[in-house]
Design a protein around this ligand. Structure first.
Ligand code: GUN
Length: 304
């Protein structure tokens, strides 16, 4: 058996078309467009490529986009002042602080300083709490988990009553996706297990999974014998394992490998996401969706 590929690159186009259409309608009716600022501190290559893609996507959708680059040695206080400026700017509906931040920065303080109503990353404790409560409380689901759930739904994978196993307990992916999959509602209502570095027998749990979501950051961690035949395998790993020259551009690019042994896993799984081209493109797409949502919340508040 060869698994059906869940292509983030294709699903992205469907969702971006929906966002573009809604943005145009709002612009015509209210004369405003979603505004997004990205604060990038330093020159981390992975962060630069993420941010570049984000700018291209925002421009394509007709969003207002501000790219605010700051030096590696910026202080926490200066960063807090910058966030305060964007919190007060009515033309900005989303503030994204690209992670990781340099060591001298108090990351918790910085993330907590973002206005929860502009926290399109969904990292502020208020939004983490709203996600935990679920339902209509949720304003900004974090982008990668939201993208994963969207892929599962659009691929037609049954989640009601499914055994979902999440590998990894990060705040960005593992914990929020586990939380989202156990809520009542579409694309959820599953029985969820999280496995991590403290788990005694990771393989045992993975073998039970109808939906296996892997966000461990370990290239090729998941072996084919860990996968239940017909399962849906979502590989969130984006591991840089080397460099190569791009055939398209002639420039040096990173060689990426997922957390799943893809070639062997696709013979067993029912659905699988490739790396690259799987979950990766969904993160920026959901960031755009959250930014549009933020503007819509603002317009609703203005009406009330
Ligand atoms: N770094 C890696 N993933 C993310 C993300 O989803 N948001 C932000 N802000 N930084 C990241």
């Amino acid at each position: 058996m060869s698994a059906k590929l869940i292509q983030g690159t294709e699903i992205r186009e469907e969702i971006l078309a929906e966002i573009a259409a809604e943005t145009a309608k709002i612009k015509e009716k209210h004369g405003v467009v979603p505004g997004l600022v990205t604060i990038l501190v330093g020159q981390n290559p992975a962060s630069i490529s993420y941010v570049t893609l984000k700018i291209q996507t925002a421009n394509r959708l007709g969003f207002k986009e501000i790219q605010d680059n700051q030096p590696e040695n910026i202080s926490t206080e200066k960063l807090l002042a910058l966030i305060d400026k964007y919190n007060k700017d009515d033309s900005i509906h989303g503030i994204l602080i690209q992670l990781p931040l340099p060591k001298q920065i108090d990351e918790k303080k910085v993330l907590n300083a973002v206005d929860p109503d502009k926290d399109v990353d969904g990292f502020h404790p208020v939004n983490v709490g709203r996600l935990m409560i679920g339902g209509s409380e949720v304003k900004f689901p974090p982008c990668t988990p939201a993208g994963i759930q969207e892929m599962i739904v659009r691929a037609g994978v049954e989640t009601q009553g499914a055994e979902v196993v999440v590998v990894g307990r990060s705040n960005i992916v593992g914990k929020p996706i586990a939380n989202m999959m156990l809520q009542k509602g579409v694309g959820a209502n599953a029985t969820v297990t999280i496995v991590h570095t403290g788990t005694k027998d990771i393989a045992f749990h993975c073998q039970r999974a109808d939906i296996l979501i892997v966000a461990a950051g370990v290239p090729g961690l998941v072996k084919p014998e860990w996968i239940k035949p017909g399962a849906c395998v979502i590989d969130v790993g984006v591991n840089r394992v080397g460099e190569k020259i791009s055939e398209k551009t002639g420039k040096k690019i990173a060689v990426l490998k997922g957390d799943v042994d893809f070639d062997a896993a696709r013979e067993i799984a029912g659905w699988i996401t490739p790396v690259p081209g799987g979950v990766g493109p969904m993160t920026i797409t959901m960031l755009m969706k959250n930014t549009l949502k933020s503007l819509k919340f603002r317009l609703e508040r203005a009406k009330a």
